[in-house]
Design a protein around this ligand. Structure first.
Ligand SMILES: C[S@@+](CC[C@H](N)C(=O)[O-])C[C@H]1O[C@@H](n2cnc3c(N)ncnc32)[C@H](O)[C@@H]1O
Length: 366
């Protein structure tokens, strides 16, 4: 089999949706090079939890170091936005108060629109303080003309908690509650859509066994991102995410008919993005990659009938010539990857997996 070696630079994922670009790389390097300014930016940075998540580290040398990183990231994100863009910053109780001040300074406090409270129920209750069961999403609009359509994410009124108003039924059989004020009657129909307030309680945290979970440690719910994308951007516009993680915002953008662009400096994030975007149109770039580990797979051998991947430690690559994707699955960190969708044999001596495609044979060296 003729084998051609290529440097991994770009992988095209064919599929539905207007498409987008994911870059493996540092936000500070990728954002200034983007050719088009975005209409909406969602940022879900590390929260300064002090934890090692495996996929990435969230340990900082003090709050000042973290805030310097956050400030720089926010400045770059603001520059990557259109003059009438919208910015959503996802934080928690640790950085929330600081982040608001930094954004006021970078964008101007007139741009502040909302402090959204995303409240959820997850396991665990503290005995030392009230359990922390919400994240904060700060919303800033860069101009008074920035697009915002809360009716695009309206919910049936019945999903809202009702106050003491009496429930009645009108001549058409529609249920409503009413109140009299200034000699007028105001009716609130149960089936009328209402935009959500700034407290979001209807979106669940992803539980460990949630089928939406892709295995990325700090993955956010798709429903949360679809709400943000739908109300703060228009179809075909560009949605930017500088801390893409598993690509929740990309998938939300694609499903809502928006284009997307963004980056993450983690290889595991790239792997997760690839997995989640299969079937959606996308381009995955690694040309901005920071120093790749020596044993990372910079080279891919491509042949007429298949391809082989060397040192495939982090993620699966590419497609067979019959168009099918091959995934390498990591059951546990540190364990050998398991190829899926292969008619293969594993050779203990050479550590190679021989794969038979419909047209011929390819080899994975693991
Ligand atoms: C909270 S996670 C994002 C999760 C994502 N919203 C999701 O739903 O999967 C934060 C991400 O920021 C990435 N990150 C941290 N520092 C970065 C940097 N300097 N440049 C680009 N990405 C970075 C991490 O690798 C991690 O994936």
């Amino acid at each position: 089999m003729a084998i051609k070696r290529v440097t991994l630079g770009l992988e095209l994922l064919p599929g539905e949706g207007p498409g987008g670009d994911h870059y493996l790389g540092e936000l500070s390097q990728v954002l200034p090079q983007l050719p088009e300014r975005a209409s909406l930016c969602y940022l879900d940075p590390p929260f300064s939890t002090g934890k090692e998540f495996g996929a990435y580290s969230d340990r900082w040398e003090g709050m000042q170091a973290y805030l310097a990183f956050l400030h720089e990231s926010l400045e770059l994100a603001a520059r990557a936005l259109r003059e009438d863009g919208n910015l959503f910053l996802h934080v928690d109780h640790r950085a929330g108060a600081y982040a608001r001040l930094h954004l006021d300074q970078i964008l101007g406090e007139v741009c502040f629109r909302n402090e959204i409270i995303w409240a959820y129920n997850s396991g665990g209750r503290s005995k030392r303080h009230f359990s922390r069961k919400h994240d904060t999403i700060l919303y800033y609009a860069l101009s008074k003309d920035s697009h915002f359509d809360p009716m695009a994410v309206a919910l049936p009124r019945t999903e809202h908690r009702h106050n003491h108003m009496r429930r009645q039924v009108d001549e058409q059989g529609r249920a409503y509650r009413s109140i009299r004020s200034g000699g007028r009657e105001y009716r609130y129909y149960d089936d009328d859509p209402v935009p959500p307030s700034d407290v979001w309680t209807d979106i669940a945290h992803l539980q460990q066994k949630d089928p939406e979970r892709c295995g990325y440690p700090t993955q956010k719910p798709l429903k949360l991102l679809r709400r943000i994308v739908r109300c703060a951007s228009k179809p075909d516009e560009l949605v930017l995410d500088g801390f893409a993680g598993s690509g929740t915002s990309y998938l939300a953008a694609s499903l809502e008919g928006r284009r997307f662009v963004g980056c993450d400096n983690g290889y595991e994030a790239l792997c997760a993005v690839r997995g989640r975007l299969l079937g959606r149109s996308a381009r995955l770039h690694v040309e901005h990659a920071p120093a790749l580990p020596e044993d990372f797979l910079p080279a891919m051998a491509v042949g007429a009938e298949g391809f082989c991947v060397e040192n495939a430690r982090f993620f699966s690559l590419g497609r067979w010539s019959d168009g099918a994707y091959v995934h390498l699955r990591w059951p546990d960190r540190g364990k050998r990857a398991i190829p899926e969708r292969l008619d293969e044999g594993f050779d203990q001596e050479t550590n190679a997996v021989f794969c038979q495609t419909p047209e011929g044979q390819g080899v994975f060296l693991l």
